[in-house]
Design a protein around this ligand. Sequence first.
Ligand code: ZN
Length: 154
Amino acid sequence: MPGLEDLYREIILDHYRTPRNRGELAPPAVRAEGHNPLCGDEIQVYLDVVDGKVNDIKVAGQGCSISQSSASMMSQAVKGKDLAEVRALVRRFKGMMSVDDLSSDGDDLAADEAVKLGDLEALQGVVKFPVRIKCATLAWNTLVQAMSELPAST
Ligand code: ZN
C-alpha cells in the first residue's frame, strides 16, 4: 500500500525537480560554500539578514537529489525567520538526522520539540542510510557557516 515513504519520496523529488529559492544574492548578503566529497555534492548559500531576520536566502550548487532537495527545503524553512528561530530549526533538523546520542543537548532538544519541520520530515528516512546523512545535512552546515560570516551587528 502507498505509505508515508511514497509521500516522502514525492516531496523530496518535488524539491529536487523544482528547487525553491535557487540563485545568488549580491553583497551585503554573505556567501558560504559546502562540499560533501563522499557524494560530490556542492552547495552555496547566500544569506541576507536584515534586523536579525532572514530577509532573503538563495541556494546554488549541484549534487544528488537528497542534497539538493534538502537545500531547497532548508531555504524555504528559514526564509523570514529570525536568527534564533533559524538556530533552533538547525538543531532540530540535525537532531532528527543524527544517529548519535544527543543527551548532552537535552535542554535544547526539549525546547526544539516545538519547532515545526514541515516538509523537512520527508528527509527523516535518510537516517536509515548513514552515507546519505551528509548529503541531507550539507545545506544546513553551509547555512551555519553563512551565519558565522554575518557582521556582528546583525
Ligand atoms: Zn549526496
